[in-house]
Write a protein that binds this ligand. Structure first.
Ligand code: SF4
Ligand code: ZN
Length: 386
């Protein structure tokens, strides 16, 4: 597809995304902070640790406001009172055991001054530093990873803390990233930021999605496999695969409601991980892959998820949970030794099928449908009284 047509398509999808997200309910202003503890595994060989994740209220992700992520349903909110939110987070953070594993998360990017004003970030980092965490993880967009901000985080945290920066790469293919996920960043900022992280001895995590808007199951599988390999080659320490669900308030959810997008079967995730893990097992058998979001509950937000049938679903969730604990090829091989139903065979067949249609055509169909519905809604709007 010509570049000009790509740009027009992207602009239409962004307009659609902005309109769809505008219907999300805002964060309640009486909740400033939420804490969750998760069992997770770190290091090589992997060992179990508990991660304490802090979420704090902000006005929401700047990039989400701009309609730049087709799959994200993160919240939106009013402008915050820095003192009020800072005091709430400090109160809870100061109770965390010293030497914990801390994850500090706003509703988007920790290093984005528009979302997390520098004064608030400094205050919270000072509080995190007092807990002397063994690991400190935060997520941010590459656009926000300036040398100054990365230096400042490093300066503020103790030397004994391992710093981990998580970046939403989504796809290694800049066209898929830009058209399916609506993220405008090209390859260059990711590579530049990786270099900056390496120089400062940060670990890095690449978030990669499986099943972006417009991708067929086969395209999704190939895109994620290429992305794991690309991110690995580029030097990301860990690659985490996020299979996408249809969530309300997202363009993905909107397309799903109209039969224009579906999550990939859960077996495809297992097949993908098996292919990607096989490439490079570590010396101890543990690889560099992680997996998340594979078992969301169906509710008002999650309308449809990557799934199996009632017979294989418990098996799949068990395999994926075990893989999270030990990201080893043998766990997936055991999981793929399955005769309980026909879903695995169907998934393999789906991956072998070429539908002869490519994702730009499906995206164009989604964009046309949105424009058609807008026109239709416009036609039905009552004429203004003169
Ligand atoms: S995925 Fe990240 S950058 Fe994109 S809208 Fe969500 S929080 Fe923002
Ligand atoms: Zn099944």
């Amino acid at each position: 597809m010509a570049v000009k047509a790509d740009q027009k398509l992207r602009r239409t999808l962004i307009r659609a995304n902005r309109e769809v997200r505008s219907g999300r309910p805002p964060f309640p202003t009486d909740v400033n902070v939420a804490v969750h503890k998760f069992p997770t595994w770190i290091g090589s060989p992997r060992r179990p640790v508990e991660m304490t994740q802090f979420w704090f209220r902000t006005r929401g992700c700047t990039f989400d406001r701009a309609g730049q992520c087709s799959m994200c349903n993160y919240g939106i909110g009013d402008e915050i009172d820095i003192d009020e939110v800072g005091t709430s987070v400090e109160r809870i953070l100061s109770r965390v055991r010293k030497g914990s594993f801390i994850y500090l998360s706003p509703s988007g990017s920790l290093l984005d001054d528009r979302e997390v004003p520098a004064a608030l970030r400094e205050r919270l980092l000072a509080c995190v530093a007092k807990r002397e965490p063994t690991r400190f993880v935060f997520e941010t967009r590459p656009e926000t990873c300036t040398p100054e901000r990365l230096d400042r985080v490093k300066e503020m945290l103790p030397d004994t803390t391992t710093l981990v920066c998580q970046l939403g790469l989504e796809s290694w293919d800049p066209d898929v990233r830009s058209l399916c996920h609506l993220k405008p960043a090209t390859q260059e900022p990711y590579v530049t930021v990786l270099g900056r992280l390496r120089e400062r001895h940060y670990e890095s995590i690449a978030n990669l999605t499986l099943g972006g808007l417009g991708l067929s199951t086969r395209e999704a599988y190939e895109d994620t496999l290429t992305s794991v390999r690309g991110a690995r080659e580029a030097g990301f320490t860990t690659k985490i695969v996020f299979p996408l669900s249809a969530k309300s308030g997202t363009l993905l959810g909107w397309a799903h409601d109209r039969g224009l997008w579906n999550p990939v079967p859960l077996w495809v995730l297992v097949l993908l991980l098996a292919a990607a893990a096989q490439d490079r097992p570590g010396p101890d058998g543990a690889g560099d892959l992680g997996v998340s979001w594979f078992n969301p509950q169906i509710d008002d937000v999650v309308k449809s998820r990557p799934d199996g049938c009632d017979v294989c679903r418990p098996h799949l969730v068990d395999v994926l949970n075990r893989f999270r604990q030990s990201p080893e090829q043998r766990v997936l091989d055991d999981g793929l030794d399955w005769r309980g139903c026909g879903c695995l065979a169907q998934a393999i067949e789906l991956l072998a099928t070429d539908h002869h249609r490519r994702y730009p055509d499906r995206l164009a169909e989604i964009a046309e449908r949105w424009e058609y519905e807008r026109r239709d809604a416009g036609d039905r709007e009552p004429l203004p009284l003169l």
